[in-house]
Design a protein around this ligand. Structure first.
Ligand SMILES: C[S@@+](CC[C@H](N)C(=O)[O-])C[C@H]1O[C@@H](n2cnc3c(N)ncnc32)[C@H](O)[C@@H]1O
Length: 434
């Protein structure tokens, strides 16, 4: 009899390692358990064995010719539920399938598929089955038990099987290269929905990056004088030509990683030369880095304050510290004391941020805080500098407020994007079209 495998995807596939181990064992010892199938040839147990050894021994399940799809699927799950070494999220996924099948069986024959029978069918507790039906009734089922009556649940993240960023990248790469999502889920010991979510996030990120690249190319082509507002290169070289005491405010956002901490020292040294007397440097800094950053900056400038930019969106969780982060620090240092007139213009040290706009840069900041400090600490016509310009957020805010603006950025495509953004803001500020 020719066998068919209509229920192959009811099961979660074996991981590549598990499959290789099964292949080796079959090679060494042959197939120990026969492939089980219905009287009309539908395989219910032994899909992997059959794949490895198409002539594996077979066994017919008695009285199975008339089994419905739901009955066959229930058999497939029961024979694998306890045997397989599944991760918690894979188990949760299989339970969802069980539930659907249980509802279909109930729909097929209410009298036969009572709750105790369903519990025995799947080899799980009666309480678990009872909960499914109670929940379904609460969710508004009108007495029919089709797949559609199942309340849709969002997948809870599986705390025990967390994918690292590298693993997420590998998941997305494998799916992109054509491997089935189910096989990738099996390899990484996660549920199918986790893979779907990872792929969706990766596709979104790729689309954002593609759009940035497109805009950068367009901006490059459009702006003849590319170095208009943002100079391309390391700020220690590109801003070296600026005259001593020519800058009223440096407002900037250096990279947050540990390797970049020395940049804060170079930034403070440059600020000491460029700032007007009493001028200010405000820079974002990671909370964790403050104890290391402050001593290297205060070798050049005076520490004045630590301002807070309060997040409005979802709070990031810093797992390492066990902290949900609601604000970011902005260190404020000055060249000598602030002058009396400036101190009369009181400024709030807390800014409610404008949310996460990451269209042009992964670390793009909201313009709200740049506007707040540029407006409060400088006057129209004065020069505002951003040595780590990124997508040009600070400089766009500066030109909108009719200040002069100059920045530096070492990333080539970011320079083009930033120049486009600041030029557009500049034209609008002058009263023209973007
Ligand atoms: C945190 S991001 C700034 C993001 C920016 N605030 C925005 O809203 O788009 C830091 C930027 O500094 C740039 N950078 C790092 N080191 C630099 C250096 N030595 N000179 C100039 N730019 C640098 C990086 O390429 C990156 O774009």
């Amino acid at each position: 009899m020719k066998l068919t495998t209509p229920y192959a995807d009811v099961l979660l596939p074996l991981s590549a390692e598990e499959f290789a181990a099964l292949r080796d064992s079959i090679k060494a010892e042959g197939v120990r358990d026969p492939v089980l199938h219905t009287e009309d040839g539908r395989v219910l147990d032994g899909h992997h064995r059959l794949k490895i050894k198409p002539d594996a021994p077979r066994h017919v399940i008695p009285n199975s010719a008339s089994w419905s799809d739901a009955e066959c699927q229930a058999y497939v799950i029961r024979s694998n539920w306890q045997r397989r070494n599944l991760s918690p999220s894979q188990k949760a996924e299989l339970r969802e399938k069980m539930k659907r099948i249980a509802f279909a069986l109930r729909e097929q024959d209410k009298k036969r598929f009572t709750q105790p029978v369903l519990a025995r069918t799947f080899g799980i507790s009666r309480e678990a089955v009872s909960k499914w039906f109670v929940r379904s009734a609460k969710a508004g089922s009108n007495g029919t038990y089709t797949n559609n009556t199942l309340p849709v649940r969002s997948e809870k993240p599986d705390a025990r099987v967390k994918l690292s960023p590298q693993q997420k990248a590998a998941v997305a790469e494998q799916v992109a290269s054509g491997r089935s999502r189910a096989a990738v889920a099996a390899d990484f010991q996660v549920g199918r929905r986790t893979v779907d979510n990872v792929v969706k996030a990766a596709e979104k990120k790729a689309a954002v990056e593609a759009e940035r690249a497109r805009k950068a190319a367009e901006a490059k082509a459009a702006i003849e004088d590319e170095d208009r507002f943002v100079l391309h290169g390391d700020f220690r070289e590109t801003l070296a030509h600026l005259a001593d005491g020519s800058v009223s405010l440096i407002f900037t956002d250096p990279p947050y990683d540990r390797d970049s901490i020395p940049l804060y020292g170079d930034l403070a040294a440059l600020a000491k030369r460029l700032l007007v007397d009493g001028g200010s440097l405000l820079c974002y800094v990671g909370h964790y880095a403050i104890p290391e950053v402050l001593p290297i900056m205060t070798g050049h400038l005076e520490y004045l304050w630590c301002c807070a930019v309060v997040h409005t969106g979802e709070r990031a969780r810093m797992n390492y510290f066990g902290i949900r982060v609601g604000w970011k620090p902005l260190l404020w240092l000055t060249k000598g004391s602030r002058n009396e007139a400036d101190r009369q213009r009181f400024i709030d040290d807390v800014v409610i941020s404008g949310g996460r706009d990451k269209e042009d840069h992964d670390w793009q900041q909201s313009e709200v805080e740049a506007v707040h400090f540029i407006e409060g600490l400088t006057r129209p016509g004065e020069l505002v500098v951003d040595p780590f310009a990124g997508s040009g957020t600070t400089l766009a805010a500066a030109v909108r407020l009719k200040r002069q603006a100059l920045g530096s950025e070492k990333n080539d495509s970011q320079v083009a994007l930033a120049n486009r953004k600041v030029t557009d803001a500049y034209r609008i500020a002058l009263g023209g079209d973007a």
